[in-house]
Design a protein. Structure first.
Length: 458
């Protein structure tokens, strides 16, 4: 095998963390090579499969990632599942260093009775479903019900609520998957209730997403005055983003504009914010979901940031026919050679250096936990790239004469893995955009891996 004495770095995962780390590495070293391995035949992780279809501007980062992939010293190896098709131990032998940037592909459970009933779903798989993620395309979601409850007060919860409530004709112009659009067209949903453990000062969503919900056509926000009363007294003490967010909720409750009120009075659908509730039990009748029983909480502690929700003896029942849990993502240990903190669901690391394994690094959600927007993942990716460059400069990565790409190709070809290159992806991309044009959409995603591969062999 060809060995050229240059550093060969392998990155596992082609989401923002993988691409931003690659970008930093290529920029900071003149002859270093980067190979990006991706489980799916298509790149970009949650930018393609998480970001909501009605937020196309967020996906512009794909242009930067494409520039990185077009670099002569960068290769994309799609349709390769690390941990199955090739192990981390093998990669550590073939490459000078390995960067794990494989994100968070699982979710947290509520841990309550009835959670396994039909129509109680992770927000994660619902997001995958409307975004055409192959493993979620066949999700069974029954929208023939008037009320859905979403457990969680984060941006993913608002994404799910917005997709459920947005007039379908608006969604039809996005890259939402065709089957999801059809299902939403037939939906009977009129009401989405978002339930959080703590109060309005602890919501995790951000102002842009909240404003979109407040301005949603044909839909009215239902906020309860008792939740927001007297809150204005502490506005001056709040940090700026929290202050603006709280002010907007307060204004929506107490001082909406005449235009807003007119719009809301005409609305046939609504969404409601409910606070200080912890799910206790999923209610059902004859195996059919009928509601969610929640404990009523009180908040303890003085500083709003550290306030804790403590359940009282009181409870309330929220009737509904569909429940989403949107309480956070969780990473998986994709290979036994990866040290893993099962409790936190992350890879233990020190500034991206995986604890106890020289040459192994991690970047993005898998190392930092599943929080933060693309921008914070970018900062993290750049930082990890700099750490690796520093370790290279200081000879902490002595394994330079490694076979890299060719070594990996040899193993994968022997195993009959059908790899997808970046130019292959460009063919899939072109095909999707062409299919989308027929329906006035930016693209129609191919939601089936076999069909993606088929395009390449034609
Ligand atoms: P990911 O993006 O998840 O990338 C991980 C990649 O690794 C994936 O491509 C995955 O297929 C691959 N992989 C997994 N396992 C393997 C394996 N065994 N072998 C090889 N490859 C593997 N941020 C914003 O700024 N704006 C938004 O509007 C926004 N919306 C969001 C909506 C949702 C529903 C979610 C969940 C997040 C959203 N974010 C948004 C946050 C943003 O998506 C994350 O910050 C970012 O994607 C994290 O990047 P990552 O590379 O760590 O993980």
């Amino acid at each position: 095998t060809h060995k050229d004495g240059n550093p060969h770095i392998c990155i596992v995962g082609s989401g923002p963390a993988g691409f931003y780390t690659a970008q930093q590495l290529l920029k900071g070293h003149p002859s270093l090579r980067v190979d990006i391995f991706e489980r799916l035949p298509v790149p970009f992780g949650l930018v393609r499969y998480g970001v909501a279809p009605d937020h196309p501007e967020v996906k512009n980062v794909i242009n930067t990632f494409t520039q990185t992939a077009n670099n002569d010293r960068c290769s994309f190896l799609g349709n390769v599942q690390v941990g199955k098709d090739i192990t981390v131990t093998e990669l550590l032998k073939i490459y000078s260093a390995v960067v794990l940037a494989y994100g968070a592909a699982a979710d947290k459970l509520l841990g309550i009775p009835g959670e396994n009933l039909p129509n109680i779903l992770p927000a994660r798989t619902f997001v995958g479903w409307y975004n055409g993620l192959p493993e979620d395309k066949d999700l069974k979601v029954n929208l023939d019900t008037e009320t859905a409850v979403i457990v969680g007060h984060g941006n993913v919860a608002l994404d799910v609520a917005r997709i459920l409530l947005t007039p379908v004709d608006i969604l039809a112009k996005t890259d939402i998957s065709d089957y999801a659009l059809e299902a939403l067209r037939k939906s009977s949903l009129k009401r989405v209730v978002l339930v959080g453990r703590r109060g309005p000062l602890q919501v995790a969503f951000t102002i842009k997403e909240l404003r979109e919900m407040i301005k949603l056509p044909e839909c009215r926000p239902v906020f309860h005055k008792e939740d927001f009363k007297d809150l204005e007294k502490i506005f001056p003490d709040l940090p700026r983003p929290r202050k603006r967010l709280t002010e907007l909720m307060h204004k929506t409750c107490f001082g909406p504009t005449a235009d807003d009120v007119k719009l809301w009075n005409e609305a046939k659908k609504e969404w409601e914010l409910k606070f200080r509730l912890t799910p206790m039990e999923v209610l059902s009748s004859a195996g059919q979901l009928t509601g969610l029983r929640c404990a009523v909480n009180k908040l303890e502690g003085s500083n709003f940031e550290n306030q804790k929700a403590v359940s009282t003896d009181e409870h309330i029942d929220l009737p509904c026919g569909l429940i989403f849990r949107s309480i956070g993502y969780r990473s998986l240990q994709i290979d036994p050679a990866i040290p893993f903190d099962k409790k936190q669901g992350v890879i233990p690391n020190e500034k991206g250096r995986v604890t106890g394994v020289p040459g192994l690094y991690c970047s993005g959600w898998v190392g930092r936990g599943p929080v933060g927007v693309i921008l914070s993942t970018m900062t993290d990716g750049f930082d990890v790239g700099k750490v690796i460059l520093k370790d290279l400069a200081e000879d902490h990565i002595p394994n330079l004469g490694r076979p890299g790409f060719q070594g990996a190709m040899k193993i994968l070809e022997e195993r009959g893995v059908k790899m997808v290159s970046f130019s292959d992806w460009k063919k899939i991309d072109e095909h999707e955009v062409q299919m989308g044009e027929k329906f006035g959409k930016p693209r129609e995603k191919i939601a089936d891996v076999q069909n993606m591969i088929k395009i390449l062999t034609h």
